[in-house]
Design a binder for this molecule. Structure first.
Ligand code: FAQ
Length: 330
């Protein structure tokens, strides 16, 4: 027995120790305990959360661009004020999410640099153009609607800082969804031209919105581990179906037609939709969507133009450090 113990290498010991820690970690997850930044966690858990939270943060920030396009052209002061506030909310969501990602050890600079270098993803949906005012209604109604469907379960995600950030984000997204739906209601009850504009926007955004939920379950490479770790509570297809079921009656109330002639309600009450064009999704992820180039160019320009703010903040922090050191020495 003793001879065997002496023959055990440090690496073996580490493996046994890590396996024990991983089992204890999984037991905490299974017991619905929250994992906090200073707790031990498997490296893969840390990696997958850093990936997801930072992609989520990039999406919120890039997501300001399609709507920002309409701030100067909003049809009334009331609409302009609401849109301005909504876009600012999205910026705030990005900031909470970068802060949550930083608790996992990556710096915000590193994460932003990965996105600007085209190495980190942001949501496919923000690579589509906003051609008319009705697109602003559809983004609130459907894009924020899809975001809420995906993010409500994230409020129960196993990682504490992400789950807590999601609670506030979801409250704000609910308001966004309502203001978007109200824009759609106004257009749908307006002139024939306004109703046609609302229908056209729905036609263009419907399928890209369904793609927001991610690839179908059998092609979702991260789902198994993320479900085991209770980062994901529902699969991509489950959330997509919940979204479709919730949205069809809303479209009916507006008097608009979902652009899917094959759609039908099954006996269980679920709306079955036609096949999604996953080639289009892959093209958008590969950088070939209608606006990928413009979005990245806009983000890089904003980042470069904001360099002086970052430099000024660093210089101020340095000055404060000096002052504090000098005061401590007195
Ligand atoms: N776009 O294995 P899975 C918003 C990637 S916020 C681009 O299924 P996972 C607010 C995925 O990253 C919208 N990439 O991945 C707003 C992975 O690639 P990787 C953003 C996508 O993580 C409203 C690969 O495909 N929301 O809208 C997309 O288990 C209005 C394989 O996929 C979030 O980020 C996509 N649509 O599930 C702002 C929510 N889908 O990393 C402004 C948090 C998948 O291996 C205006 N994220 N990919 O290179 C999540 O819940 C999950 O990450 C999923 C994907 C469900 C998006």
């Amino acid at each position: 027995m003793y001879t065997q113990a002496l023959n055990t290498s440090d690496a073996d010991d580490r493996h046994i120790e890590d396996a024990a820690r991983a089992a204890a970690f999984q037991a905490r997850i299974d017991a619905e305990e929250r994992i906090e930044p200073n707790d031990w966690m498997p490296a893969a858990y840390r990696r997958t959360l850093t990936r997801q939270i930072s992609q989520h943060a990039h999406s919120e920030v890039v997501g300001m661009l399609p709507e920002g396009n309409w701030i100067t052209r909003a049809p009334s002061l009331r609409r302009k004020a609401a849109l301005l506030a909504k876009v600012q909310d999205e910026c705030g969501h990005g900031l909470y999410l970068y802060a949550a990602a930083e608790t996992l050890g990556a710096s915000r600079e590193e994460l932003v640099d990965l996105m600007l270098a085209g190495k980190a993803k942001y949501s496919s949906i923000f690579n589509y153009p906003t051609l008319t005012w009705a697109d602003i209604g559809v983004i609130g109604w459907l894009v924020d609607g899809a975001a809420i469907m995906n993010q409500i379960p994230l409020c129960r995600c196993s990682y504490g800082p992400y789950a807590r950030a999601m609670i506030r984000v979801c409250k704000e997204e609910s308001f966004h969804q309502r203001q978007g739906y109200e824009i759609m209601l106004t257009l749908a009850r307006g002139t024939d031209e306004q109703k046609a504009m609302a229908q056209d926007a729905l036609n263009r955004w419907w399928w890209p919105v369904l793609m927001m939920f991610g690839p179908p379950d059998q092609a979702s490479q991260h789902s198994d581990t993320s479900t085991k770790w209770k980062i994901k509570r529902f699969s991509n297809d489950e959330l997509r179906q919940k979204f479709v079921d919730a949205t069809v009656p809303q479209a009916q109330y507006l008097g608009l037609t979902i652009p899917d002639p094959g759609m039908k309600q099954n006996e269980a009450g679920h709306w079955e939709y036609s096949a999604i064009d996953w080639d289009e999704f892959k093209q958008v992820l590969a950088g070939n969507g209608p606006c990928n180039h413009d979005r990245m160019a806009a983000r890089r320009k904003a980042h470069d133009e904001g360099a002086w703010v970052r430099e000024a903040a660093e210089a101020y922090a340095e000055k404060r450090r000096h002052r504090q050191t000098a005061q401590a020495a007195e």
